[in-house]
Design a protein around this ligand. Structure first.
Ligand SMILES: O=P(O)(O)O[C@H]1O[C@H](CO)[C@@H](O)[C@H]1O
Ligand SMILES: O=c1cc[nH]c(=O)[nH]1
Length: 238
């Protein structure tokens, strides 16, 4: 047990899928895993461990924002031995070719600040995805019908943004979408020599102002979960 995770030692798999929303964790575990067991519910942050095609996997919420993600990712890596962490999140589209429900594989994540900014100080560290996971995820999209984009995203500290000028510059520089956790996940993965990738489904669009309702953000992102599982276990027969 840690301060924020009630799981017993050994209850967490080496591969962890991390949605921001704990109810998305429950939905994904119930939909994709066999023998899924609830291993954490401290503060309502649900975590489940079960099997996908015989492979042991945990699906655990991160909460919203990098400070929250940092707590869970630190404890999962340092106390429970997680080795592969894949964020399965929602994001806002920032380019015209990025459509609602498309999937983004985040190669890198720009940020204004992260919980690691205090360590990096004046350095502009470039957090990036694990190449083997990114490639496996891209390969896994070959059979999907959803639109897929690979590139940079923006990890914002805020959802209600008062700096439209920043979004303008990010869009101008090809950033595909905005969310709130990936940059710190990539920082922590680099620090502790584990693998990380953020896979995001576009839930709303900053230019068209289309938006999916919250129940669909919780329960309808099956393509993304399937891509994440196939990326984590590329040799597993489907
Ligand atoms: O859908 P999740 O994974 O929570 O991700 C996105 O949604 C939340 C904001 O609504 C933030 O956590 C953002 O990163
Ligand atoms: O952080 C987020 C997540 C989804 N959509 C957004 O616009 N921002």
């Amino acid at each position: 047990m840690t301060v924020h995770i009630g799981a017993a030692p050994g209850d967490i798999a080496e591969t962890v899928l991390m949605p921001g929303d704990p109810y998305r964790a429950r939905w994904a575990a119930e939909t994709f895993l066999t023998d899924a067991k609830l291993v954490n519910e401290v503060r309502g942050m649900l975590g489940y461990t079960g099997f996908w095609n015989g492979n042991r996997v945990t699906i655990h919420g991160s909460g919203m924002g990098m400070p929250s993600l940092s707590i869970y990712a630190n404890e999962l890596i340092r106390d429970y031995g997680a080795k592969t962490l894949i964020r399965i999140g929602s994001c806002g589209g920032m380019q015209p070719q990025v459509k609602i429900r498309d999937v983004i594989l985040a190669m890198t994540a720009t940020s204004l600040s992260t919980p690691s900014s205090g360590i990096f100080k004046e350095m502009n560290f470039a957090p990036c995805a694990d190449w083997s996971l990114l490639k496996a995820a891209y390969d896994a999209t070959a059979d999907t019908k959803v639109g897929v984009h690979v590139g940079g995203i923006y990890s914002s500290d805020v959802f209600y943004d008062e700096r439209p000028d920043l979004n303008e510059q990010l869009t101008r520089h090809g950033v595909l979408g905005v969310e709130m956790e990936a940059a710190e996940l990539y920082n922590l993965a680099a620090r502790y020599s584990v693998r990380a990738l953020a896979i995001l489904t576009v839930s709303d669009h900053l230019q068209t102002h289309e938006a999916l309702p919250s129940d669909q953000r919780e329960k309808s992102f099956g393509d993304m979960v399937e891509i994440a599982l196939r990326a984590a276990f590329p040799n597993s027969a489907k």
